[in-house]
Ligand binder design. Structure first.
Ligand code: SF4
Ligand code: SF4
Length: 109
């Protein structure tokens, strides 16, 4: 894949059944390309990931697409997060990553 911002090319690994990446601006289909390519700000701040695939990227077999683990089960990644804060934190992550909206990745696959 190619990341237009820095013109770099890199190899990413995705599930064989993962949907093809839509065009930028189309509805997000959970293809996983963006998160397999580089960590988002949430992953940088809370998981201290700076490059490569995000370890919170989860393949959901029943839905045949990827989901964000920091949205689904943040306490599995943030061990200091009290269980009672999980729902509220998930809501914040959904807002921060604009979950379920449009594809904002301009990567070419
Ligand atoms: S924290 Fe979630 S949205 Fe961000 S890179 Fe990881 S899996 Fe993707
Ligand atoms: S934002 Fe785009 S690249 Fe990222 S999972 Fe959604 S459709 Fe795929």
């Amino acid at each position: 894949m190619t990341v237009p911002g820095n013109k770099s090319q890199r190899l990413i690994w995705l599930h064989v059944e993962a949907p093809a990446k839509p065009l930028t601006g189309q509805a997000c289909n959970g293809c996983g390309v963006c998160c397999a390519a580089e960590p988002c700000p949430v992953a940088r701040v809370f998981l201290w990931l700076w490059r490569g695939a995000c370890r919170a990227l989860i393949w959901v077999d029943a839905e045949q697409h990827y989901r964000c683990g920091m949205l689904l089960q943040p306490s599995s990644y943030l061990f200091i997060l009290p269980a009672s804060w999980q729902t509220g934190f998930s809501r914040l992550v959904a807002r921060w990553i604009a979950a379920g909206t449009v594809c904002d990745s301009d990567a070419e696959v």
